[in-house]
Ligand binder design. Structure first.
Ligand SMILES: [Fe+2]
Length: 277
Protein backbone atom coordinates (compact mmCIF):
# COMPACT_ATOMS: atom_id res chain seq x y z
CA UNK A 1 0.00 0.00 0.00
CA UNK A 2 3.02 2.27 0.50
CA UNK A 3 5.13 0.26 -1.91
CA UNK A 4 4.46 2.77 -4.69
CA UNK A 5 6.34 5.51 -2.79
CA UNK A 6 9.80 6.27 -4.19
CA UNK A 7 12.94 5.25 -2.36
CA UNK A 8 14.71 8.39 -1.14
CA UNK A 9 17.61 6.68 0.62
CA UNK A 10 19.74 8.33 3.31
CA UNK A 11 18.68 11.74 4.52
CA UNK A 12 19.59 14.39 7.05
CA UNK A 13 17.41 16.65 9.15
CA UNK A 14 18.45 20.08 7.88
CA UNK A 15 19.89 22.45 10.49
CA UNK A 16 21.12 25.89 9.55
CA UNK A 17 24.59 25.68 11.22
CA UNK A 18 25.79 23.01 8.80
CA UNK A 19 24.36 24.51 5.62
CA UNK A 20 27.78 25.16 3.99
CA UNK A 21 29.14 21.74 4.99
CA UNK A 22 26.00 20.15 3.57
CA UNK A 23 26.71 21.58 0.14
CA UNK A 24 30.40 20.67 0.41
CA UNK A 25 29.35 17.07 1.12
CA UNK A 26 26.41 17.07 -1.27
CA UNK A 27 27.02 13.53 -2.57
CA UNK A 28 26.62 11.98 0.89
CA UNK A 29 23.07 13.19 1.46
CA UNK A 30 20.27 11.79 -0.71
CA UNK A 31 17.50 13.97 0.70
CA UNK A 32 16.67 16.45 3.45
CA UNK A 33 13.97 16.62 6.05
CA UNK A 34 13.00 20.13 7.13
CA UNK A 35 11.05 21.18 10.20
CA UNK A 36 7.95 22.66 8.58
CA UNK A 37 7.46 25.27 11.31
CA UNK A 38 10.79 26.92 10.44
CA UNK A 39 9.29 27.97 7.12
CA UNK A 40 5.77 29.02 8.07
CA UNK A 41 5.37 32.80 8.23
CA UNK A 42 9.10 32.84 7.53
CA UNK A 43 11.18 35.90 6.70
CA UNK A 44 12.42 36.28 3.14
CA UNK A 45 15.86 34.79 3.90
CA UNK A 46 14.30 31.57 5.22
CA UNK A 47 12.13 31.31 2.13
CA UNK A 48 15.19 31.81 -0.04
CA UNK A 49 17.02 29.17 1.98
CA UNK A 50 14.19 26.73 1.33
CA UNK A 51 14.25 27.48 -2.39
CA UNK A 52 18.00 26.85 -2.44
CA UNK A 53 17.62 23.54 -0.58
CA UNK A 54 14.73 22.46 -2.80
CA UNK A 55 16.77 23.22 -5.92
CA UNK A 56 19.39 20.67 -4.82
CA UNK A 57 17.59 18.06 -2.71
CA UNK A 58 14.32 16.19 -2.40
CA UNK A 59 12.71 17.57 0.73
CA UNK A 60 10.37 15.92 3.22
CA UNK A 61 8.41 18.38 5.41
CA UNK A 62 8.29 17.24 9.04
CA UNK A 63 5.64 19.06 11.09
CA UNK A 64 5.78 19.27 14.87
CA UNK A 65 2.93 21.53 15.92
CA UNK A 66 -0.20 20.41 14.09
CA UNK A 67 -1.32 18.63 17.26
CA UNK A 68 -3.17 15.75 15.60
CA UNK A 69 -4.23 14.45 19.02
CA UNK A 70 -6.11 17.59 20.12
CA UNK A 71 -9.70 16.70 21.03
CA UNK A 72 -10.81 20.27 20.25
CA UNK A 73 -9.79 19.84 16.60
CA UNK A 74 -7.10 21.48 14.51
CA UNK A 75 -6.00 25.08 14.14
CA UNK A 76 -7.13 25.62 10.54
CA UNK A 77 -5.11 28.81 10.18
CA UNK A 78 -1.97 26.81 10.93
CA UNK A 79 -3.17 23.90 8.79
CA UNK A 80 -3.71 26.21 5.81
CA UNK A 81 -0.13 27.50 6.04
CA UNK A 82 1.25 23.99 6.43
CA UNK A 83 -0.79 22.78 3.44
CA UNK A 84 0.61 25.63 1.33
CA UNK A 85 4.19 24.70 2.29
CA UNK A 86 3.62 21.04 1.43
CA UNK A 87 2.07 22.02 -1.88
CA UNK A 88 5.07 24.23 -2.65
CA UNK A 89 7.53 21.37 -1.97
CA UNK A 90 5.42 18.64 -3.60
CA UNK A 91 7.11 15.82 -1.61
CA UNK A 92 6.35 12.09 -1.97
CA UNK A 93 5.21 12.09 1.68
CA UNK A 94 5.22 14.30 4.78
CA UNK A 95 5.19 13.56 8.50
CA UNK A 96 3.79 14.50 11.90
CA UNK A 97 3.75 12.91 15.35
CA UNK A 98 1.22 10.80 17.22
CA UNK A 99 0.80 13.28 20.05
CA UNK A 100 -0.78 16.57 21.01
CA UNK A 101 0.94 19.93 21.43
CA UNK A 102 -2.10 22.15 22.01
CA UNK A 103 -4.95 21.86 24.49
CA UNK A 104 -7.68 24.30 25.45
CA UNK A 105 -6.13 27.01 23.29
CA UNK A 106 -2.76 26.66 25.04
CA UNK A 107 0.38 25.83 23.10
CA UNK A 108 2.19 23.31 25.31
CA UNK A 109 5.45 23.63 23.37
CA UNK A 110 6.13 19.94 23.77
CA UNK A 111 5.20 16.67 22.03
CA UNK A 112 2.84 15.23 24.65
CA UNK A 113 1.71 11.60 24.75
CA UNK A 114 -1.92 10.60 24.29
CA UNK A 115 -3.76 8.08 26.43
CA UNK A 116 -3.86 4.70 24.69
CA UNK A 117 -7.64 4.71 24.36
CA UNK A 118 -10.23 4.19 21.63
CA UNK A 119 -11.33 7.78 22.14
CA UNK A 120 -7.82 9.08 21.39
CA UNK A 121 -7.74 6.91 18.24
CA UNK A 122 -11.07 8.49 17.20
CA UNK A 123 -9.71 12.00 17.77
CA UNK A 124 -6.61 11.29 15.68
CA UNK A 125 -8.68 9.76 12.87
CA UNK A 126 -11.08 12.70 12.87
CA UNK A 127 -8.24 15.24 12.73
CA UNK A 128 -6.38 13.31 10.04
CA UNK A 129 -9.58 13.22 7.95
CA UNK A 130 -9.67 17.03 8.25
CA UNK A 131 -5.98 17.24 7.25
CA UNK A 132 -6.77 15.25 4.12
CA UNK A 133 -9.24 17.90 3.04
CA UNK A 134 -6.26 20.27 2.84
CA UNK A 135 -3.32 18.03 1.90
CA UNK A 136 -3.44 15.14 -0.55
CA UNK A 137 0.18 14.04 -0.07
CA UNK A 138 0.60 10.74 1.90
CA UNK A 139 1.01 11.34 5.65
CA UNK A 140 3.29 9.21 7.81
CA UNK A 141 3.07 9.33 11.61
CA UNK A 142 5.92 9.23 14.12
CA UNK A 143 6.14 7.52 17.52
CA UNK A 144 7.34 9.89 20.27
CA UNK A 145 9.24 9.55 23.53
CA UNK A 146 7.50 10.39 26.78
CA UNK A 147 8.33 11.06 30.42
CA UNK A 148 4.85 10.19 31.68
CA UNK A 149 2.27 7.60 30.73
CA UNK A 150 -1.35 8.61 31.00
CA UNK A 151 -3.85 6.58 33.02
CA UNK A 152 -6.84 4.75 31.55
CA UNK A 153 -4.99 2.83 28.83
CA UNK A 154 -7.22 0.39 26.94
CA UNK A 155 -4.36 -1.00 24.86
CA UNK A 156 -0.58 -1.12 24.75
CA UNK A 157 1.45 1.58 23.00
CA UNK A 158 2.26 -0.81 20.13
CA UNK A 159 -1.44 -1.65 19.72
CA UNK A 160 -2.29 2.07 19.86
CA UNK A 161 0.24 3.02 17.15
CA UNK A 162 -0.98 0.16 14.98
CA UNK A 163 -4.64 1.04 15.47
CA UNK A 164 -3.99 4.69 14.58
CA UNK A 165 -2.02 4.10 11.36
CA UNK A 166 -4.39 1.34 10.20
CA UNK A 167 -7.63 3.19 10.98
CA UNK A 168 -6.33 6.48 9.55
CA UNK A 169 -4.58 4.66 6.68
CA UNK A 170 -1.24 6.39 7.28
CA UNK A 171 2.34 5.26 6.95
CA UNK A 172 4.65 4.95 9.93
CA UNK A 173 7.71 7.09 10.56
CA UNK A 174 9.41 4.79 13.01
CA UNK A 175 11.83 6.74 15.18
CA UNK A 176 14.12 3.90 16.16
CA UNK A 177 15.83 6.03 18.80
CA UNK A 178 12.47 6.90 20.37
CA UNK A 179 11.58 3.23 20.44
CA UNK A 180 14.90 2.36 22.09
CA UNK A 181 14.60 5.26 24.55
CA UNK A 182 11.11 4.28 25.70
CA UNK A 183 12.08 0.61 25.93
CA UNK A 184 15.05 1.50 28.15
CA UNK A 185 13.17 3.95 30.36
CA UNK A 186 10.07 1.79 30.80
CA UNK A 187 11.78 -1.60 30.74
CA UNK A 188 9.88 -3.18 27.90
CA UNK A 189 11.11 -5.64 25.29
CA UNK A 190 11.83 -3.67 22.15
CA UNK A 191 11.72 -6.78 19.94
CA UNK A 192 8.28 -7.77 21.22
CA UNK A 193 7.14 -4.18 20.56
CA UNK A 194 8.54 -4.24 17.02
CA UNK A 195 6.87 -7.57 16.31
CA UNK A 196 3.46 -5.98 16.88
CA UNK A 197 3.94 -3.08 14.44
CA UNK A 198 2.52 -3.24 10.89
CA UNK A 199 5.81 -3.56 8.97
CA UNK A 200 4.14 -2.88 5.61
CA UNK A 201 3.37 0.66 6.79
CA UNK A 202 6.91 1.62 7.81
CA UNK A 203 8.00 4.20 5.23
CA UNK A 204 10.76 6.13 6.97
CA UNK A 205 13.05 5.91 10.01
CA UNK A 206 14.62 8.49 12.32
CA UNK A 207 17.80 7.88 14.26
CA UNK A 208 20.21 9.79 16.53
CA UNK A 209 21.57 9.45 20.07
CA UNK A 210 20.44 10.91 23.39
CA UNK A 211 22.15 11.33 26.76
CA UNK A 212 21.74 9.86 30.24
CA UNK A 213 20.57 11.95 33.18
CA UNK A 214 19.91 10.47 36.63
CA UNK A 215 19.41 6.99 35.19
CA UNK A 216 16.98 8.17 32.53
CA UNK A 217 17.76 8.17 28.82
CA UNK A 218 16.90 11.63 27.50
CA UNK A 219 15.77 12.05 23.88
CA UNK A 220 18.04 15.06 23.34
CA UNK A 221 19.20 14.44 19.75
CA UNK A 222 22.64 15.39 21.06
CA UNK A 223 24.91 12.34 20.71
CA UNK A 224 26.06 9.92 18.08
CA UNK A 225 23.83 6.91 17.50
CA UNK A 226 24.41 4.11 20.05
CA UNK A 227 25.11 0.52 19.07
CA UNK A 228 21.69 -0.71 20.24
CA UNK A 229 19.99 1.70 17.83
CA UNK A 230 22.20 0.62 14.93
CA UNK A 231 21.23 -2.99 15.66
CA UNK A 232 17.56 -2.06 15.68
CA UNK A 233 17.91 -0.14 12.41
CA UNK A 234 19.44 -3.22 10.85
CA UNK A 235 16.52 -5.37 12.03
CA UNK A 236 13.85 -2.92 10.86
CA UNK A 237 15.45 -2.31 7.47
CA UNK A 238 15.66 -6.09 7.04
CA UNK A 239 11.96 -6.72 7.68
CA UNK A 240 10.32 -3.53 6.34
CA UNK A 241 10.46 -1.91 2.91
CA UNK A 242 11.91 1.33 4.30
CA UNK A 243 12.04 4.15 1.72
CA UNK A 244 14.19 6.60 3.62
CA UNK A 245 16.16 7.06 6.83
CA UNK A 246 16.95 10.41 8.44
CA UNK A 247 19.62 11.39 10.96
CA UNK A 248 17.95 13.84 13.34
CA UNK A 249 20.81 15.61 15.14
CA UNK A 250 19.79 18.89 16.82
CA UNK A 251 22.12 19.58 19.73
CA UNK A 252 25.84 19.43 20.40
CA UNK A 253 26.48 19.41 16.64
CA UNK A 254 29.78 17.67 15.82
CA UNK A 255 32.05 18.37 12.84
CA UNK A 256 30.09 17.46 9.70
CA UNK A 257 32.42 14.52 9.05
CA UNK A 258 30.91 12.72 12.05
CA UNK A 259 27.39 13.16 10.68
CA UNK A 260 28.61 11.99 7.28
CA UNK A 261 30.08 8.90 8.94
CA UNK A 262 26.70 8.05 10.46
CA UNK A 263 24.99 8.60 7.12
CA UNK A 264 27.50 6.26 5.50
CA UNK A 265 26.77 3.61 8.11
CA UNK A 266 23.03 3.94 7.44
CA UNK A 267 23.75 3.71 3.72
CA UNK A 268 25.65 0.48 4.18
CA UNK A 269 22.84 -1.05 6.25
CA UNK A 270 20.26 -0.19 3.58
CA UNK A 271 22.54 -1.42 0.85
CA UNK A 272 23.10 -4.75 2.61
CA UNK A 273 19.33 -5.33 2.61
CA UNK A 274 18.81 -4.07 -0.95
CA UNK A 275 16.78 -1.03 0.16
CA UNK A 276 18.93 1.70 -1.40
CA UNK A 277 22.28 2.13 -3.17
FE1 LIG B 1 12.10 11.69 15.42
Amino acid sequence: MFSHLPTLGVGLGFREPFKSDLFLNRQQVDFLEIVAEHYLDAPVQKQQELELLAAHFSIIPHAINLSLGSAEGLDTDYLGKLAALIKQLNPPWWSEHICFTKAGGVDIGHLSPLPYTKEAVEVLCRNIAEVRRWVDVPLILENITYMVTLPGAEMTEAQFLTEVVERADCGLLLDVTNLHTNAVNYGYDVRAFLAQLPKERIVQLHFVGGHWHDGILIDSHSQSTPLEVWELIDEVVDCASVKGIVLERDENLPPFGELAGELQKAREIGRSHGRWG
